[in-house]
Design a protein around this ligand. Sequence first.
Ligand code: HEM
Length: 179
Amino acid sequence: MTLNIDLVENSFNLIKHDAVKFSASFYKKLFAYHPELLPLFENTDLAAQEKKLIVSLEIIVENLRNPETLSMALKSLGAYHQKVGTMKEHYPFVGQALVETFAEYLGDKWDADTHQAWLDAYSLISEIMLEGAKNPEAYLGGELTFYEWLYLYGESSPEVRRELANITHFKYRDQEASN
Ligand code: HEM
């Protein structure tokens, strides 16, 4: 599979101005199709989560050309997801809701090639997250978080770095709670 990074970047740029609304529409779809996922989010501040999801997607897209750091970051994110109860079977549900949200927001700019580019990108992202999920202890604890990997070693725009710092403080939710 050759990932068409240009198409992923260009389509992401088209939703940036509406990013948090996009994220809210994504969760609405996800929970409408898969209400069985709701218990995983029962202690979640959804407004905060909408921001985290979109900033994380943005920083992932910005680092698709920086695969080594992205891979370390995604393994950590996958390990964290394992800890909060996410299972392998859930990943296609998120992928489906994501591409449908893109289709809705992009209208006639969502074409077959862009759709394929996102399917490829999502499958790559999920595979790496799931590698991390297989061995969570190795990627959590003393390791850097997803956010720290990309902040320290990623190639991200100053705006995204700023948002990341403000929204996440570089920690996962349960780390914040226990600190
Ligand atoms: C491309 C794939 C995904 C990305 C980029 C992503 C991104 C994120 C991010 C950035 C967080 C916040 C972590 C934190 O700082 O605390 C998070 C939390 C979470 N995600 Fe995902 N996620 C993905 C896939 C999934 C899947 C497949 C599920 C399954 C339902 C899922 C369920 C959750 C849950 C339950 C949380 C915890 C929410 C909380 O803090 O209460 N995610 N995700």
